[in-house]
Ligand binder design. Sequence first.
Ligand code: NFS
Length: 646
Amino acid sequence: MTEERKKSIDPAALEMLERAAGFSTMFSRADEMKPCNFGAEGSCCRACAMGPCRLATTKDGKEKRGVCGATLATVAARNFARQVAIGSAAHSDHGRNVAKTFLAAAKGEAAGYEIKDVGKLNWLAGFMEIPTEGRTVQEIAIDVGEKALAGFGKQDDTPHVFVKAAPKKRQEIWEKYNVFPRGVDREIIELLHSSHAGNDQDAEHITTHLVRACLADGWGGSMTATHLQDILFGTPKPLTAEANLGVLKEDEVNVVIHGHEPLLSEKIVDAASDPELIKYAESKGAKGINLSGVCCTANEVLMRRGVNSAGNVLQAELAIMTGVVDAMVVDVQCVFQGIESVTSKYHTKLVTTNERMRITGATHMQFEEHNAEENARAIIKMAIDNYKNRKGEIHIPQYKSPLVAGFSNEYIRYMLGGKLRASFRPLNDAIISGRIQGAAAIVGCNNPRTVHDESIMYLVKEFIKNNVLVVTTGCAAIAAGKHGYMQPEMMEQAGEGLREICEAVGIPPVLHLGSCVDNSRVLTILTEVVNEGGLGEDISDLPAIGIAPEWYSEKALTIAIYAVASGASVIFGGVGSPVKSSKEVTRLITEGYEEKFGARFDFIPDKEGIFAAAMDHIHKKRKALGIDKQQERVLFDMEMRRELSV
Ligand code: NFS
């Protein structure tokens, strides 16, 4: 037994962990499993069977090489390249799946799916240079779907269709360093190929080349997912919901959706409100069907449909331990095998639905896009039938918080400027005047090796107190929601300047932008702010920073690199750097990236250190823009808004 440590700051999680004593959970296994430093710091090479080699710098400063002669820098950089390739593959495969369903829906081959946001479809078609004049929605959607899908497999050397959305100056930098992403699949395969033993063995080149596959995620795969999901399921607009384990209901059939792709979960939302199925649930003694989510599938249906979130990634096991989850339906990513051992102690049915993700012991119900409605109904029915099988003690921690979610970039534009003058101008002006000092994107995961939610919430609170607008995605967004920071009333916790803006616009100081693929929305917002003018010519000029305080996933690393390569510096907290073993690679991703891309990737373990470094970064950027002096405060009234010539 290791010494008891603080595991979470979430009272619901703590209450469940107390009850879970004796159970194996992510938290207890993190205590029992000591991480291997060679692996954690990137110096273990498993790329071939002449090894595996564990590289290290000896005490007298001599560097041990691998059997093939690989240096520590090569090995650390190559391991890192493989990690980001996988992250990019995960997001992008999600994007491809969405594009395939989108195209099937456009062709009328996916019953139950329809084009919900015609306005965004027309905008996207225009951007992709697809004619819209005199054409039907279906014709346009087919062209958009085909072109989006082609973005994955295209073989020519032209850039991916979405990257031209980036600021001009940024595109020149990508040209200069030869990192323009072309076909998404190609970039991932090329990176994996170059990481084979006996290929790329120059750390400087590896760390530059890997940027391509990451940009292919941010401006390619993830952006495809975001745009097409918006068109298919509706572009998010603010709506209210609740978050934390207290959203589960003892007297209703509880279905928890978990994973990442909203293709099936959107249909499950429909099925859960089907009067016929509700009646069926009632016939089995339940008062209704209660749907909630964990992780990013939760974020997807939270921001479009107002479905409550039962918690973030570390709460999946804890949700099952309440004893009231009749089915947990999972698709892909961040669904851990530990869940199965918990479900097997309760009555919960664990249902896998995707060919890319099965778990031994779980029930598999393959999701088919042309049969989605039927699949969803079958799952809900299975949960209802399982309601009577509840066994053992039931315990739902009574903690949940109301929240407002659904701030797409389209909506932010609209809410700042109004319908006729939708614009980022008021945000730029607020930053220029200093009422808002800058923006922090607090994103990413939880990690059982850190105190669950602690660093995320510390940073959220400190930033808003210091007039830094916070946008969030992923599990960090769910944390902010659970802890109450996504309510407009929380503007009272904000510094004076930020509070004025929140009051004027009627928003919380922390904006929920969506799931992790929706970090592409952050790229779009940063670009819109640059294009609006007055804050430099490129993303790297902006007083903005990305932070994943409690990251665990390879996807998070990929997001970090595409943000950095797009000009936004990133800090990761909690566990250490995956390239820590090599001073050279550490230099390459910090100063090296800064020289090339104007942004750096730092790992700072403690939350206070992250905050200090982030504020320092924001102040430096403000100084470089010449907006560091306190300007006379001018309130932005309606008349001034009307005067805007945008
Ligand atoms: Ni992002 Fe979403 Fe959560 Fe981390 Fe996993 S759910 S895609 S990877 S753990 S934020």
